[in-house]
Design a protein around this ligand. Sequence first.
Ligand code: CTP
Ligand code: CA
Length: 217
Amino acid sequence: MRVLITAGPTYEPLDPVRFIGNHSTGKMGYALAEAFAAEGAVVTLVSGPTNLPNPTDPRITTVRVQTAAEMFAAATAVASAANVWVFAAAVADYRPAEVATQKIKKSGNTLTLELVKNVDIAFELGKTKRAEQFSVGFALETENEQAHALGKLERKNFDLVVLNSLRNAGAGFRHDTNQVTLLEPEGRVTAFGLKPKTEVARDIVAAVLARLTLRHA
Ligand code: CTP
Ligand code: CA
C-alpha cells in the first residue's frame, strides 16, 4: 500500500512578511500518516506549515510546502503511484491576487485585498483517479452537514468522506480530540464518539483497509 496524505494549513503570502493562513495544526494528517505506516504502508506526507516534527517512522516521507500551489505540485508528483489518497489539509480556498515584493506600508483607514481562487487539489486529482485507487476527503461543515459532505464526496470523486463535527466542544481545529462521521457513496454512515486524533486515525485506516479488502474479495 502506497499512501499520499495532505496535511496542515497552507500559507498564502501577501508580502515578504505576511500571509493568509488558518488554524489547522496538521495533527489529524500526521496521525493518519503514523497509522497507515503502522499497517506497513509507504506514506508520503505533504505538509503545510505546522509546529509538528516530521514523523520518524522510516516508512513516512515528509514533504514540506507553504502554498496551495506548492501542495498541489507535491501531491501531483506522487498521486499516480499511490493507491490511497487522503486529503486532510485545510487548503486556503483563496490567495492574494498579487504578492507585494516589498512590505505593504500602512496608509489609509481601510485596506481592501483582492483574492483569487486556489487550485482544488482533491478535485483536480479526483479527475485522474483510477478504479484501483481509493480517495478519502475531509469535510468540516456548520450547516446541513451530511448533505454538504456528500456533495463534496461526489464532486471530488471520494470513496469516503470524513465529516468533522463542530457540534462537540472538543472536536476539530486546535484540539487533540475529534468526533467524526464516515460517509460513503452507497449511503453507509458510520458515526464515532469523541476520541483522541490518534484513535480517530486508526478508525479511518481500519475503514479504508476494510473497503480495499472488500474490493479484492
Ligand atoms: N481540498 C483540497 N484543495 C482545496 C480545497 C479543499 O484538496 N483547494 C480538500 C480538503 O483537503 C478536504 C476536501 O477538499 O479533503 C474538502 O475541503 P473543504 O474546505 O471542506 O471543501 P471546499 O470544496 O473547499 O468547500 P467549502 O470550503 O466552500 O465548504
Ligand atoms: Ca475550503
